[in-house]
Design a binder for this molecule. Structure first.
Ligand SMILES: C[S@@+](CC[C@H](N)C(=O)[O-])C[C@H]1O[C@@H](n2cnc3c(N)ncnc32)[C@H](O)[C@@H]1O
Length: 207
């Protein structure tokens, strides 16, 4: 039997090299509908943080849509930070956007630093999802919203997705597990929705 080809997602947990660059640029283009669905679940604020920002398309969209917004992207991948910074040079130079190499569960921001935090297609790779969510709640202002949107929902994946998850050792929570994680992290007004057509998951909660 031929081995499945994972070359286009091999470094998804920490993009690196030429394949990693191609992947984050593709995700910039292809995750638009997932980002839009995720943002339909929360009110967005003025000071926003994207955890696992990849090449930064989500922040670019927000900067264009909300002229008052001040945006921070963080990612553990040096390539992601470098690429996102280059692609958003105009906003970075204007002082409206910055990208930092760091990740959950250790964010170098003070308590209540952001009024919105979000994360798209990243939570599966976090070393400790519970601690990551607690850390995100810490950096939110009281009343601030967090949203995570995921293309892979535990218990609802196709064969190709299952193979990727096993190969990359991803941890994909089910809808119920994600709700428990959000509640255990202390979020209020938690909703976790499953989108049946694409089998996406989105969790939202308020500090
Ligand atoms: C599949 S990519 C998604 C990138 C982007 N959010 C998008 O939708 O195009 C996952 C990203 O999460 C980042 N990541 C993995 N673990 C992380 C962590 N603990 N903290 C922050 N980012 C992390 C990876 O480096 C990678 O850039």
């Amino acid at each position: 039997m031929t081995e499945p080809d994972f070359s286009n997602v091999e470094t998804a947990g920490c993009p690196a090299g030429d394949a990693g660059r191609d992947m984050i640029l593709r995700m910039n283009r292809e995750h638009g509908p997932l980002r839009a669905w995720g943002f339909a679940h929360i009110p967005v604020g003025r000071s926003m943080l994207d955890v696992g920002c990849g090449a930064g398309a989500a922040l670019r969209e927000l900067a264009e849509r909300y002229p008052e917004a001040v945006l921070t992207g963080c990612d553990i991948s040096p390539l992601a930070v470098e690429t996102a910074t280059a692609l958003n040079e105009d906003f970075v130079k204007a002082g409206r956007m910055r990208f930092l190499q760091c990740g959950v569960p250790d964010l170098p921001f003070g308590d209540g630093a952001f009024d919105t935090v979000f994360s798209v297609e990243s939570l599966y790779f976090w070393p400790d999802q519970a601690a990551g969510l607690r850390e995100i709640r810490r950096v939110l202002v009281p009343g601030g919203w967090f949203m995570t949107a995921l293309e892979m929902a535990g218990g609802a994946m196709n064969e190709r997705q299952l193979a990727i998850v096993e190969h990359l050792k991803m941890r994909c929570p089910t809808q119920a597990e994600l709700r428990d994680l959000m509640l255990e992290a202390g979020f209020a007004d938690v909703s976790v929705e499953f989108e049946p057509e694409h089998r996406w998951l989105c969790a939202a909660g308020r500090k």
